[in-house]
Design a binder for this molecule. Structure first.
Ligand code: ADP
Length: 209
């Protein structure tokens, strides 16, 4: 199972990617998580990336393509993967195509999670992550348990979220016609409870019940 999830910031890609990965026993490959880990580790790459992330801009293509090349070469990715947050530009999608071709692999599905812009700002601003488990919560719609050790992503402040939404519309939305032309694109309504969105995704993947 090789899947790409595409959607604007806070559309639920990360939440759904985790569920699909458990279900299909494949790794979640999230460039956002990889970049945040590199920043936390204080590597040169992480510090360079953090400046772009903080501004709501994309990290340069060659940086994320390098990360993905290395990650897909690791053994667990041979069973499949859910890509969450990559590709985000047409050159990234083309590079991914070449990386997969070189390994004799094909994508199975590219799924766009569709959420109106008006809902996304509140979702991001009230999003919190448990530092220990990586579990994602929302203070209003999916409140964390009292014992959670919460953090708020540095790029989830309102002005950065607005910049990220613009970046999505200006850069990442161009991926949709790219994958449509390849006959791979499916669209899922991302408004509703997380479990409802999971059911819609599984229906698209032909694996419900
Ligand atoms: P979200 O999808 O909610 O915006 P992510 O965790 O996927 O969150 O990404 C956070 C930030 O990391 C992005 O705003 C961007 O700066 C950087 N980033 C992640 N993936 C990529 C990518 N494929 N290309 C360029 N920048 C990326």
């Amino acid at each position: 199972m090789r899947i790409i999830l595409i959607g604007p910031p806070a559309s639920g890609k990360g939440t759904q990617a985790k569920v699909l990965c458990d279900r299909f026993a494949v790794p979640q490959v999230s460039t956002g998580d990889m970049l945040r880990a590199a920043k936390a580790a204080g590597t040169a790459l992480g510090l360079k990336a953090a400046a772009f992330m903080q501004a709501g801009q994309l990290v340069p293509d060659e940086v994320v393509i390098g990360l993905i090349d290395e990650r897909l070469g690791q053994g667990d990715a041979s069973k499949g993967f859910v890509l969450d947050g990559f590709p985000r530009t047409v050159p990234q999608a083309e590079a991914l195509g070449r990386l997969l071709d070189g390994r004799g692999l094909k994508l199975d599905h590219v799924i766009q999670i569709d959420v109106p812009r008006a809902l996304l700002v509140e979702r991001a601003v009230l999003r919190r992550t448990d530092k220990r488990t990586g579990q994602i919560y929302h203070l209003k719609y999916n409140p964390p348990p009292p014992e959670a050790d919460l953090e708020h992503r540095a790029d989830d402040r309102e002005e950065t979220v607005l910049a990220r939404l613009d970046t999505y519309e200006n850069m990442t939305a161009a991926l949709l016609p790219h994958y449509e032309a390849l006959g791979l694109l499916r669209k899922v309504d991302g408004v509703g409870k997380p479990s409802e969105i999971t059911d819609r995704l599984l229906a698209v993947l032909g694996n419900i019940g």
